[in-house]
Design a binder for this molecule. Structure first.
Ligand code: ZEM
Length: 289
């Protein structure tokens, strides 16, 4: 047990952190020509989501507080494959700002990813505490299974406390990044600009013809005729399920509506299960230029 590891384990340590500086330092870590499509933004957004999306309203377990995603067994859950890359990229900032908690660092990295790639301002509060142990890791069934459809997606997100509109808004994050055959087994980006936060998840989903990809990997869809872009089986639920589709159509037609709804739902996701000090400030960071 190293004493340094408990630097952020007190409820008040976040008060010593200048989060504007952390925001800037995370933003400086995004760009890297040699990584994926040139940005760590998408994988930071996925880290923030998987750190938070384990929450269960019934038992009040899981969520970003305590950042159990960094411990085994949770770190090794199939759904979290590849997220060690994002945690390693952020680790120098935990050294530089020892008073930030991992939960605050990982969720703030998601906010930076969204905003610096051109997305909406996401309200964010500090105050998560590194007060959990590996015994509090969540079971390996809390995050969605990409191979399944609307019923499963609803069951997973209702467990977090989200409704259909919020679910449909959150999945729009699939404008960002790509699937990696070495991580999830799936392959390819959802659209041609994976380092820009746009409403293209919905426009691609609704405008293209999606056909099964011919390969030996897991069942997924590619667009006809180019085969350049992909959809997961779970993504197609936002086209086939009538309620999800109504929201997808609205977001495809109105990027501002998508940005507003995504910002609200993503902010709420990052706060599930966290009890913030009453005086924790709410930040609305300005994107850097
Ligand atoms: Zn994702 N997601 N996700 N997602 N996700 C992947 C990648 C990314 C699902 C899913 O199975 C997968 C949300 C919802 C859902 C991002 C953000 C958010 C990948 C590919 C899979 C398989 C991982 C890989 O191989 O690297 C399913 C089934 C979802 C619900 C229906 C929500 C909600 C998100 C944020 C708000 C992002 C940004 C990526 C891209 C990561 C990267 O490294 O490029």
């Amino acid at each position: 047990f190293s004493s340094g590891a408990s630097a952020a384990s007190t409820e008040d340590s976040w008060r010593k952190v200048n989060f504007h500086n952390v925001y800037k330092d995370i933003a400086a870590l995004l760009e890297d020509e040699s990584y994926d499509d040139g940005s760590y933004g998408p994988v930071f957004v996925r880290l923030a989501w998987h750190a938070s999306g384990t929450y269960d309203v019934g038992s009040k377990t899981g969520g970003s507080n305590g950042a159990t995603i960094r411990f085994s067994p949770e770190a090794d859950h199939g759904a979290n494959a590849g997220l060690g890359v994002a945690r390693a990229r952020l680790e120098p900032l935990k050294k530089k700002y020892p008073h930030i908690s991992y939960g605050d660092l990982y969720t703030l990295a998601g906010v930076v990813g969204v905003q610096e790639l051109g997305g909406p301002t996401v309200r964010w509060r500090p105050g998560r505490v590194d007060n959990k142990t590996k015994e509090q890791c969540t079971p390996d069934d809390r995050l969605p299974d990409a191979a399944q459809g609307a019923d499963h997606v609803r069951a997973i997100f209702y467990r977090m406390g989200f409704d259909d509109q919020e679910i449909a808004a959150l999945v729009g994050a699939h404008a960002l990044g790509r699937c990696h055959s070495t991580r999830s087994g799936y392959e390819g980006p959802w659209n041609a600009s994976p380092t820009a936060f746009t409403n293209f998840f919905y426009t691609e989903l609704l405008q293209n013809t999606w056909v099964p990809k011919k390969w030996s990997g897991p069942f997924q869809f590619v667009d006809k005729p180019t085969g350049e872009f992909m959809m997961l089986p779970a993504d197609l639920a936002f086209r086939t399920d009538p309620v999800f589709r109504r929201h997808a159509e609205r977001y495809a037609a109105d990027q501002d509506a998508f940005f507003a709804d995504f910002a609200k739902a993503f902010s709420r996701l990052l706060e599930l299960g966290v009890s913030f000090p009453a005086d924790a400030p709410v930040y609305e960071f300005k994107a850097l230029d």
